[in-house]
Design a protein. Structure first.
Lengths: 321, 302, 529
């Protein structure tokens, strides 16, 4: 595997030093030209508006020019971290994000491996198509479905249990503090797993089939092949996606939490984004919401640097940069 | 090719057979729980509004009715929205794939000087952004407000997808490219004639990501476009869903629900969801082909 | 191999389309969106001069006016109502119709970039209107009252009550509409089936709910009904709180010691909670109240699951009647007023609202046209057009005096009527007495009056000024109170209530800065009473 990703230095036959230099220059000139549109795009659409982060340190009001708004230093950050409700949201955010990472990240990998083992191509297609369907149903509708199933009074679960003779009272899982985070994680895994498999399946099909043939001649079973060939071959993809995911730790799924929230469980599932939304909705606070966003970004950056460093230590070929 | 290998190895031990059964059972369950919500939506949309008001589970339509489809499909605005959304998705995906490939390829080459810096620079944009107001001002200054281009240009490349493609490019054996370079091909020729044709699965996956994001996105419509002739399907859908899906709190305007119609908002909503997902279901199998079949094997050997 | 070729073709085609679109799309884009380009003076101010003269060529003297509204309907981009509105006001209306959830975001983004449309609604009169006025984004209409007499007359004295309209300036014109106060809607056909009378006090109310739940009010032989359908908003027990003298809609009240505070500090708050807990614990309340989506809650009424609901009677007895109800015989309703232990009764008050009003952008180039539109919409004819549609084509009056009308032809279908613009714009600069109110059926008219006459006004402090602590910590304070309400209702036993109450109120006072706010609003009250 390793020789697949290594620079081709040794493979190239050696022409004279001078012509090699010239050809490198020529080749690279074309490469920079190729890179130019992407660079322009990034500079114009991503970096040009970046000055907006300074709003976190300014007293910006509507009608002002961002550049001319007066500086207020760390005031918005102090305000934010001085709110108990924000600290609660931060804590919830970390717990929910971590749980989502722990269960939501490996699941698409396992699912891809399982889909890859399906022999009938019809079945394979059916599975693949159906697992991406939840992705197209918005969270509002998903909540409606969860309600239709779990409602202790009118839900389908009650009817099903009734068939087995259970007539007792059911807990309202959508309003239970103990179950709240579990429901969030389950619905997250369920909705996102299908889209998650797409990259892995693409990576798996990129694997040289010769490796499997060699392994099976050596008598390796399916599980062994999975473990020793498939997983190592897609590990760089896994690590890149993991790094991305870790960078998003401070975002725990606004749309989802927003629709699942109610006053009984908000203390368990209020996250940074939903909290800041409530602030912004009622009080239109650009400074505070930008400060919260900057805090999320910086935390993400630090987490990414750490993950990337660990990944490089463990496996020098992987990692983002 | 992959299938042949499976069949050959298929006649394996009893343990593996058991594995297959467990595997199939699990995936079968997955199919059930992921297909049901959509099934529910479709069946609800095919039910009579009054009959479905009691909620619960829909395995089949209750008092089959096509009224909501009749009504929706006779709405002029729906077709305008459809046209815009399809154009946005097609053009947007094409543009995004092109730009992403052009950017990812140089970054995948170890000899490309500055790739570390550029990668970091692009990665940085995944974490940090300027916020809504500066972005809006930029769009205004570029004269993109109320134009079709505001749908495709600002999102023309996602850093996330760029890195996925770069990673895939890196796993292509460099020997192929080297030999082409020796034959006098330039990097553009290498990219378009050798690297991209080998990247079928990755491009299909990316097309899927871009397409879905473009198809599902509505915030660009809300913020940057005022003209109803440029309205997107998702925005249209959102207005219908908001009316039906609100939780307590926004109740005051709920008193306004129309008495004149035989249809409830809920049924209309389900119908619009169905109608909005169908194009995706039509396109999906075409893309799916590419990441379930190994393209590499063939090309390396053949 | 075939796959590879197909993919290359697909890719090439996509890229070709892109290039094509990039070169040729310009004309395409412009021709299909001509109207917006010119209307969108906002996007490119420097080009608005020639464009507006362009528009003039097309439709005589009609000038373009951009209006932004929020609403969850899907009218066609051009429709009969907008055309008619343009005709009546000699303008060309360019309507920006935004989903309600996104409206605030869109408006503040447009404000921040000075691209506000000519006419727009601001809901948060206290701070948002003030901010815009301070930033010079709203047109000062002082001195222009003659150009829109109906509009200004309709708002009347309310104009001067708006904090942003100080020193004789007029930035914000309120609609003057009273929100509907709540009624306790009770099914009279069920009462009849059970041989019961309309309840008048808390004990009788309990009996009615008990009978609705346990005595098979619909006579179907099954125990499948409940007393009432509610959600997590305290107002779904509005008249119970009212029976203890508590206005439950977040209004501020004057306490005995002279401080002004929130309704949860009312001395009888926990007594009301205990009564509600009894209803819930005895199974008389539909048990999904915490998690139920609004439509499903209403559905409990439409499907005959619940026999009562505290809500604007306009829903149950007017707008939902009879199309929403699924039982074979449409239910009948009556309105109860419930007296509490001390003889108190009432519902949370609604004041002639200054929130919910309209502004004209300072950057408008057609102030006269904007005022014409506002003025016309504020007349009965204007509001009839926006609510019912084009008279003679979409509807006709059968008895205009009594507000009776019928839809014509295909517009009897509500969806058709809305697609052509009926109803969708009815909250654009409406008169205080809207078309909807004029067209109420007799029972609803009676219910609305009953609710208004039954409002708790004693001790309620209506503060419409900017209070700094409210603006800084309002959402924190409100969430503590809502969470407390649910925690109290879910508590294990009545003995725990005081402890829970103390804990949350302590959080409210300190962490959510409630005490600071109390001081500020009490100060405000003493200055303004």
């Amino acid at each position: 595997m390793s020789n697949l990703t290594k620079p081709p230095a040794g493979v190239v036959p050696k022409p004279s030093l001078k012509s090699r230099f010239l050809s490198t220059v020529r080749r690279d000139w074309m490469l920079y030209l190729m890179f130019l549109p992407g660079l322009v795009y990034i500079l114009v659409f991503k970096y040009a508006p970046m000055y907006g982060v300074t709003i976190a340190f300014k007293d910006f009001k509507i009608g002002m020019d961002v550049m001319n708004a007066p500086w207020v230093g760390w005031k918005h950050f102090a305000d934010l971290f001085g709110r108990t409700a924000f600290l609660r949201a931060l804590q919830n955010n970390i717990i929910i994000s971590f749980a989502k990472l722990l269960f939501g990240f490996p699941f698409p990998i396992i699912l891809s491996l399982m889909i890859n083992e399906v022999r009938s191509s019809k079945m394979k297609k059916l599975v693949q198509t159906s697992v991406i369907l939840p992705n197209f149903v918005s969270w509002v509708v998903v909540y409606g479905l969860f309600y239709a199933i779990l409602s202790p009074n009118a839900g389908a679960l009650k009817d099903v249990l009734g068939l087995f003779g259970y007539e007792g009272a059911l807990p309202n899982l959508l309003a239970s503090q103990n179950a709240a985070r579990t429901m969030i994680v389950i619905s997250h895994v369920w909705k996102g797993a299908g889209m998650g498999t797409i990259v892995y399946l693409a990576a798996i099909t990129g694997i040289d089939q010769g490796l499997y043939e060699a392994a099976s001649i050596d008598g390796a079973g399916r599980l062994k092949q999975m473990w020793h060939i498939t997983l190592p071959c897609i590990r760089t993809t896994i690590i890149v996606l993991l790094i991305f995911r870790v960078g998003e730790m401070m975002y725990a799924g606004f749309d989802q939490i927003f629709v699942f929230s109610n006053d009984a469980i908000v203390s368990k599932i209020d996250i940074i984004d939903t909290y800041v939304y409530k602030l912004g909705l009622q009080e239109r606070k650009y400074g505070i919401s930008t400060a919260a966003g900057l805090f999320q970004s910086f935390t993400g950056l630090i987490l990414v640097i750490i993950t990337n460093w660990i990944a490089k230590r463990v496996d020098p070929e992987s990692g983002l940069v | 090719m992959a299938n042949k290998r499976h069949r050959k190895l298929g006649q394996a031990t009893g343990g593996e057979l058991a594995g297959q059964i467990v595997n199939s059972a699990f995936l079968g369950l997955m199919v059930l729980i992921t297909i049901y919500p959509f099934w529910h939506v479709v069946m609800y949309s095919l039910s009579d509004s009054h009959a479905s008001m009691s909620g619960g589970i829909f395995l089949w339509p209750r008092e089959f009715s096509l009224l909501s489809y009749q009504q929706l499909l006779s709405t002029r605005q729906l077709y305008i929205c459809y046209r815009n959304s399809i154009l946005k998705t097609l053009i947007g995906t094409g543009l995004a794939l092109l730009l992403t490939a052009l950017t990812a390829y140089p970054l995948s080459l170890p000899r490309f000087k500055g790739r570390g810096f550029f990668s970091l620079m692009i990665f940085f944009t995944m974490l940090f952004n300027g916020g809504m107001i500066p972005t809006y001002l930029l769009i205004r200054d570029l004269h993109l407000l109320d134009t079709f281009w505001v749908y495709v240009l600002p999102g023309a490349m996602s850093a996330y997808n760029m890195f996925i493609l770069r990673n895939f490019f890196q796993s292509i054996p460099p020997s192929l490219e080297e030999s082409a370079l020796l034959d006098g091909a330039n990097p553009f020729q290498v990219l378009f004639h050798i690297v991209l044709p080998l990247s079928g699965p990755a491009l299909a996956a990316l097309a899927m990501f871009y397409g879905v994001a473009l198809w599902n996105g509505y915030m660009d419509n809300v913020l940057y476009v005022n003209d109803s002739n440029l309205q997107l399907l998702q925005n249209f859908l959102r207005q219908l869903i908001a009316a039906a899906g609100a939780k307590s709190g926004t109740v005051s305007e709920m008193a306004d629900v129309s008495a004149a119609s035989r249809l409830t908002e809920e049924t209309v909503k389900m119908t619009v969801i169905t109608v909005s997902v169908i194009p995706v279901l039509i396109v999906y199998p075409f893309l799916q082909k590419y990441y379930t079949k190994g393209v590499m094997v063939g090309s390396v050997k053949g | 191999m075939k796959a590879k070729r197909f993919l290359s073709i697909l890719l090439a085609a996509l890229m070709l389309i892109t290039v094509f679109a990039a070169c040729g799309g310009k004309d395409g884009g412009e021709s299909s969106s001509k109207a917006p380009e010119s209307s969108q003076a906002g996007g490119a101010p420097e080009s608005s001069g020639p464009e507006s003269s362009n528009a003039g060529e097309n439709t005589g003297d009609a000038v373009e006016v951009t209006i932004m509204m929020d609403g969850d309907n899907t009218p066609n981009a051009t429709n009969m109502v907008l055309d008619k509105l343009g005709e009546m006001t000699n303008t060309k209306i360019n309507m920006i119709y935004t989903p309600t959830d996104d409206a605030a975001t869109k408006r503040s983004t447009m404000a921040a970039s000075d691209t506000l449309p000519d006419i727009f609604r601001v809901l948060d009169v206290v701070t948002e209107a003030q901010e815009y006025a301070d930033a010079g984004l709203i047109y000062n209409l002082a001195g222009l009252e003659d150009k829109a007499p109906n509009w200004f007359k309709n708002a009347g004295d309310l104009i001067s009550q708006v904090p942003a309209n100080k020193d004789g300036a007029i930035y914000y014109v309120p609609t003057g509409q009273l929100g509907y106060a709540y009624n306790l809607n009770i099914r009279t056909d069920w009462l009849k089936n059970l041989n019961m009378e309309m309840p008048t006090n808390l004990d009788e109310l309990y009996d009615v709910y008990y009978a609705f739940t346990n005595n098979d009010p619909d006579g179907n032989g099954q125990k499948d009904t409940f007393g009432l359908a509610t959600d997590a908003d305290p107002r779904s027990f509005d008249s119970i709180f009212g029976a203890y003298g508590i206005p439950a809609n977040k209004n501020n009240i004057l306490l005995e010691d002279g401080t002004v505070s929130i309704y949860a500090k009312h001395p009888d708050y926990l007594e009301a909670i205990k009564y509600i807990r009894r209803l819930i614990n005895d199974g008389l309340v539909e048990p999904d109240w915490l998690t139920i989506p609004a439509m499903d809650k209403f559905g409990k009424m439409w499907n005959g699951v619940a026999g009562a609901m505290e809500f604007q009677c306009v829903g149950p007895t007017n707008n939902w009647m009879p199309g929403r109800y699924t039982e074979e015989v449409t239910p009948t309703f009556g309105f109860a007023t419930i007296e509490g232990p001390g003889g108190k009764k009432g519902v949370s008050p609604m004041f002639a609202n200054i929130t919910g009003g309209w502004c004209i952008a300072a950057r408008t180039e057609n102030i006269d046209a904007c005022l014409r539109i506002a003025d016309f919409c504020c007349t009965d004819d204007g509001n009839d057009l926006l609510y019912l549609g084009v008279e003679g084509e979409m509807f006709q009056w059968t008895d205009k005096e009594n507000g009776e009308y019928e839809y014509l032809g295909e517009y009897t279908d509500g969806a058709k009527q809305r697609a052509e613009g009926g109803f969708c714009y009815s909250w654009l600069c409406p008169p205080a007495v809207s078309c909807e109110m004029r067209c109420f059926n007799a029972q609803t008219r009676e219910g609305v009056d009953l609710a208004h006459n039954n409002m708790i006004t004693e001790g309620v402090v209506d503060c419409q000024d900017v209070l700094q602590t409210r603006s800084d910590y309002g959402s924190d304070m409100d969430s503590v109170i809502s969470e407390m309400y649910v925690a109290l209702l879910q508590a294990g036993s009545d003995d725990d209530l005081q402890g829970i109450y103390d804990e949350y109120m302590n959080r409210w006072e300190t962490e959510a800065h409630g005490s600071e706010w109390e001081e500020e609003i009490t100060q405000w009250y003493n200055d303004n009473k």
